[in-house]
Design a protein around this ligand. Structure first.
Ligand SMILES: [Zn+2]
Ligand SMILES: [Zn+2]
Length: 294
């Protein structure tokens, strides 16, 4: 009962963020309509993506809270002592201390998040069961800034599980600092993700190897088989460069996006959230039958 109350409380406190996110999209929408990469995204393309991301935020909430509670319980019963770290030590640097602290609060979580995200994402493309959920994100034929939140709620959970279970077991960060760092780095990541999903015809070669840009990520969403399995990172192309999956975009390269022939049409919220679950169950059953007959 207490858990249900807590879920309801968290859902209410999530409301302002959920309502604010579409407002953040406005500058990107304007830019997409003026300088479209290919076909201009339509109002219904934005609408469906906002609907999917909103439903995912609420559907993943109770599951995410269960995972977080498990992580916290594990953190308290550890046989080792956690590393006590603080961003506050950077404040002591003369003149630039305050600035450095904020940069570190964005960069450190971003680096840790992206190292995990890179591999979680690469695995999603390699394991058919997980691909059934990630397919929803890739099914957008008119990629647009709102595609950033077009994720299945179980895929969102998969991305969140590892950091929740590992970071708290290694680092002992004050609740206030952890909250601040999560807020700053999340805001940065949301903004960056809206930018690099947007269908703006923009070529920024000097940035392509430092941060994920619209062209870099468009290649990841491309229907062209020569672009498959490239550019997995969420923020830092560094990981693609390190692990051999980086594909530098060429000037004027804005390929078509979507699933190509293996398309599944996402017409409404129900198809978006329920069809992947059914497809993943079917795939599991098929694999079980195959394992039994061999
Ligand atoms: Zn992907
Ligand atoms: Zn994407």
């Amino acid at each position: 009962m207490a858990f249900i109350k807590e879920v309801a409380h968290q859902a209410v406190s999530l409301l302002p963020q959920v309502l604010m996110a579409p407002l953040l999209l406005i500058p990107f929408i304007v830019a997409e309509q003026i300088w479209p990469a290919r076909g201009r995204p339509r109002f219904k393309d934005y609408g469906l993506n906002v609907l999917i991301s909103t439903s995912t935020a609420f559907l993943v909430l109770p599951l995410g809270m269960t995972v977080a509670a498990g992580g916290a319980w594990l953190g308290e019963s550890l046989p080792w002592s956690r590393l006590s770290v603080s961003f506050e030590t950077l404040s002591a640097v003369p003149y630039a201390g305050g600035f450095l602290k904020i940069v570190a609060m964005i960069a450190v979580p971003l680096f840790i998040h992206d190292l995990w995200f890179y591999w979680a994402h690469r695995i999603e493309h390699a394991v058919p069961f997980l691909w059934e959920f990630h397919k929803l994100h890739h099914s957008d034929e008119r990629l647009n800034c709102a595609t950033f939140g077009r994720d299945h709620f179980l895929q969102a959970l998969w991305i969140a599980v590892f950091p929740t279970f590992t970071l708290g077991l290694v680092f002992d960060l004050s609740l206030k600092e952890a909250g601040q760092a999560a807020l700053y780095s999340n805001l940065f990541l949301i903004f960056l993700s809206m930018f690099y999903h947007s269908a703006i015809r923009v070529h920024v070669p000097w940035l392509d190897r430092i941060l994920v840009t619209p062209q870099v990520h468009r290649i990841h969403h491309s229907t062209d088989p020569q672009h498959y399995n490239a550019n997995f990172a969420d923020a830092l192309p560094l990981f693609d460069i390190l692990f051999g999956t980086y594909r530098l975009p060429r000037k004027g390269e804005f390929p078509a996006t979507g699933l190509g022939e293996a398309d599944f049409e996402v017409r409404n919220l129900w198809t978006a959230q329920a069809v992947p679950v059914a497809a993943a169950c079917r795939r599991l059953r098929k694999e079980q039958t195959r394992a039994r007959t061999h």
